[in-house]
Design a protein around this ligand. Structure first.
Ligand SMILES: NC(=O)C1=CN([C@@H]2O[C@H](COP(=O)(O)OP(=O)(O)OC[C@H]3O[C@@H](n4cnc5c(N)ncnc54)[C@H](OP(=O)(O)O)[C@@H]3O)[C@@H](O)[C@H]2O)[C@@H](O)CC1
Ligand SMILES: [K+]
Length: 471
């Protein structure tokens, strides 16, 4: 799992660590970690150019340059302002053999240490010209801590910024590496431990494929499990106009861990669902969770009726039009930006400009977890805990993908995960399924892939497992 914190949180933790270890030691750790990552990512035969700004971000990179020179690498330095470059770092890099150059042009490998967490968004002057050169020539770029020029805390872009292939960030990721338009400039994110203690601080989290162990016990059936102990999911989705949504929501649910699915809907639709998926029980009865709304009729009845069961619920699509004032069960709302805008009575553009704030507002207002779909899906609990989903590809922007997601999350909910975990695990695996399929893809493909993605998440191969044991 990747975690991200705000600049204020990082600064406060740095003060504490520096009081103990000293500022020079923190920079030494940052530089050593940075040098290691650069050495791994860039072939030893290539000449690097380091773009050095006026602050400690430049200092980190200058000490890293000294490391790399001592390992026999060729490193050139391009200073934004020689008078302001970190003096000790500059001396160390030059003594180790780094050469000064006037411009980065001609290099294919770049270290961006213009600005770090001390920066305002947007680059100007020479730094902006460097960003434009990178945009044009697309050398391989390693950003130090953050790509220079991004809004570090909000992921905002306000003018030119550096586009990186790899960001080597210190202590924790920063919000702008995971959220908003800036997140598209971060590339792969690697975290270097410099000894800051952020353990008690609320964090923005991003689950990854390696996090299955913490959910395995809740998801994988034990040896004595039967269909009812695994959880029963009720699905109330689809309508005469959107019969496909019922099939896709059910397909997503069937890929999940619940033991049984009940489908509730008009007789004709229910018959068609059972024709395609004979495992489905088209009869009311007890359920451990509900999914309501995907492609469903636009009426208050389905949600109100499901809420009477007092079990956790996924509220999707048309059901979002009929929200109660506040939820008393563990609820997950799954809007996209337009739907969330309608829920909050604001413009879609406002939600797109600041998705996190709006998702938090809705979560608090309705006492529900909000899963805001988008290029970086957010999952926000009513108490403010927040996860961002980093998996997926743009091919996932396809009709019916949301119906599959709602069904799949419903199944996770029925099996016992809470809305926050079910939403974030569901979004992660849905995205991983799309990554495996590459593209173009359709929503049914995603539903078919999800079962095996869930299996690998919960029971990854261990070293020593025979190849080819599993299909
Ligand atoms: N503290 C620590 O212990 C550790 C810190 N570490 C490292 O330090 C980094 C933070 O360093 P930092 O605070 O010196 O800020 P940094 O981003 O390098 O530069 C700020 C300078 O840039 C200027 N400036 C900003 N924006 C601008 C703009 N748009 N256009 C033009 N100028 C702009 C700004 O000017 P000012 O706003 O003050 O006028 C100021 O002079 C952090 O990211 C990490 O890499 C690690 O070593 C671990 C230990
Ligand atoms: K940087």
């Amino acid at each position: 799992m990747l975690t991200a914190h705000t600049v204020a949180q990082v600064r406060a933790a740095e003060e504490v660590a520096a009081a103990d270890a000293g500022w020079d030691e923190l920079m030494r750790r940052a530089a050593a970690g940075l040098a290691q990552h650069v050495a791994r990512a860039v072939p030893a035969t290539e000449t690097l150019v380091v773009l050095v700004g006026p602050g400690n971000n430049g200092g980190d990179a200058l000490f890293a340059a000294a490391h790399l020179c001592r390992e026999g690498r060729r490193v050139n330095l391009c200073l934004l302002d020689e008078a302001k470059a970190h003096p000790a770092g500059l001396a160390a890099a030059r003594e180790a053999g780094a050469q000064m150059v006037d411009r980065p042009e001609g290099h294919r490998h770049v270290v961006d240490a213009i600005f770090g967490i001390g920066a305002r968004p947007g680059l100007a002057g020479t730094a902006a010209a460097w960003a434009e050169w990178i945009e044009r020539e697309r050398p391989f770029v390693v950003a130090v801590d953050v790509p220079s020029g991004i809004g570090v805390d909000d992921g905002r872009l306000d003018g030119p910024a550096i586009r990186a292939d790899l960001t080597v960030t210190f202590a924790t990721a920063k919000h702008g590496l995971l959220l908003g338009p800036a997140s598209a400039l971060a590339g792969r994110v690697e975290v270097v431990d410099i000894g800051l203690d952020l353990a008690g601080e609320p964090a923005l989290e991003a689950l990854d494929a390696g996090d299955g162990a913490r959910f395995r016990d809740a998801i994988v059936p034990g040896h004595d499990a039967h269909k009812y102990t695994r959880g029963v999911l009720g699905v109330r989705a689809g309508s005469p106009q959107y019969a496909g949504a019922a099939h896709l929501c059910v397909a997503g649910a069937q890929a999940g861990p619940a033991g049984m699915i009940r489908f509730v809907g008009a007789q004709d639709l229910a018959r068609r669902v059972v024709d395609r998926a004979p495992e489905i029980v088209a009869r009311r009865g007890r359920v451990q969770a509900w999914v309501v709304g995907s492609g469903g009729e636009d009426s208050p009845v389905p949600l109100a009726s499901a809420l009477r069961d007092e079990v956790p619920i996924v509220v999707d699509a048309t059901a979002l039009h009929h929200l109660p004032q506040s939820f008393e069960v563990d609820a997950l709302l799954t809007p996209h930006a337009g739907e969330l805008a309608a829920v909050l009575g604001v413009d879609r553009e406002a939600v797109e400009a600041d998705p996190l704030r709006h998702a938090r507002e809705a979560a608090e207002r309705y006492t529900a977890t909000v899963l805001l779909k988008g290029p970086r899906t957010l999952v926000v609990a009513p108490d403010g805990r927040t996860r961002v989903n980093l998996s997926g590809t743009p091919w996932l922007g396809t009709a019916g993908a949301g119906d599959v997601l709602a069904g799949f999350i419903g199944s996770l909910l029925a099996t016992g995960l809470d809305a926050f975990d079910a939403g974030s695990v569901g979004a992660l695996l849905h995205g991983l399924a799309a990554e495996r399929l590459r593209g173009p893809l359709v929503a049914s493909d995603v539903a078919r892939e999800l079962g095996s993605v869930l299996h690998d998440f919960c029971e990854p191969r261990r070293p020593g497992d025979g190849e080819g044991e599993r299909p």
